[in-house]
Write a protein that binds this ligand. Structure first.
Ligand code: HEM
Length: 266
């Protein structure tokens, strides 16, 4: 073989570089595909949870009203809490992984909008439950169960996290160094508050089920079966959100344009 037909050192280096780029692109494609499949499955669990919640409250618990009937006013509480504090909050903490190819600034705004929506729904849900206690005849005591303690702490921490996150990362925004220092704390706290929301929802659902079905629960009527499935969907929706948010494979890597945007906002 003549020396002409042998690849030069430069050509060899180029082909190794090309191969490693192709392998990286393939690995990235696989990660995105795995993420998408799990994300759609998680969303399906969340949609199933909301449909079952709505069916339960309409079919078995009298539907919805506001001040005209405190019993049905209460029903807004579980519905809006599960839409806001679980479904929307869960999707909000996944926004950076779901939109890994989108510019960071846009994702930050979407993350804040979803959190803002959760906040509004949680306020209405709390007003519904407090009103349903205060205006009942006779009035029902407030804040005596551990569900209500967990729930209130969750709502307060969520509000603090939302305000602190907004001021640190969006407006007025901290310096780049401070933002990088605060980010891991923000991520850990946000995930912990989501776990607290799951605990609050499951304890709320348990106490409501035991109070309304009482000894009839053991006969497993259709309402009990519906609630049990609802609780399973709710719990596993939470487990899958936590898995997706914690797997380092699915973590978004900064795009070149993010670096420019981040540097210019310093
Ligand atoms: C993240 C979700 C949730 C949060 C943050 C939360 C928060 C709260 C809070 C702060 C209270 C106290 C209201 C008062 O004392 O007047 C409460 C009451 C109540 N919640 Fe929830 N809740 C959540 C989800 C649910 C769900 C899914 C149910 C299911 C039915 C539920 C059922 C109840 C019931 C029955 C009460 C009245 C009895 C009590 O005070 O424990 N909650 N909730």
């Amino acid at each position: 073989m003549s020396s002409d037909s042998l690849p030069s050192a430069v050509e060899e280096e180029q082909s190794v570089g090309l191969l490693s780029n192709t392998m990286e692109a393939r690995a990235e494609h696989l990660k995105t595909r795995n993420y998408r499949s799990l994300y759609y499955f998680t969303t399906a669990l969340g949609v199933g949870m909301m449909v079952m919640m709505l069916t339960w409250l309409v079919k078995h618990r009298g539907g919805f009203s506001w001040s005209s009937n405190t019993k049905t006013q209460f029903n807004w509480h579980p519905l809006l809490m599960s839409i806001g504090m679980l479904f929307i909050y869960g999707h909000s903490i996944l926004v950076y992984r779901t939109g890994r190819a989108a510019p960071k600034k846009r994702l930050k705004i979407l993350h804040a909008l979803l959190h803002g929506t959760t906040f509004i729904l949680a306020v209405i849900a709390l007003k519904a439950v407090f009103d349903s206690h205060n205006y009942a005849k006779p009035p029902i005591a407030n804040l005596y169960t551990f569900h209500s303690w967990f729930g209130l702490i969750t709502a307060i921490l969520f509000t603090g996290q939302f305000l602190f996150g907004f001021m640190s990362f969006l407006y007025p925004g901290l310096s780049k160094t401070l933002r990088s220092a605060v980010l891991p704390v923000h991520v850990a706290t946000g995930t912990a508050i989501f776990v607290l929301a799951l605990i609050s929802a499951l304890t709320g659902l348990t106490e409501k089920t035991l109070w309304t079905l009482d000894t009839g629960y053991a006969q497993l009527p259709s309402e009990a079966i519906l609630i049990n499935f609802l609780a399973l969907f709710l719990g596993f929706f939470g487990v899958f959100v936590l898995y997706l948010v914690n797997d380092p494979d699915f973590k978004r890597t900064n795009l070149p344009e993010d670096e420019v945007a981040l540097a210019s906002s310093d």
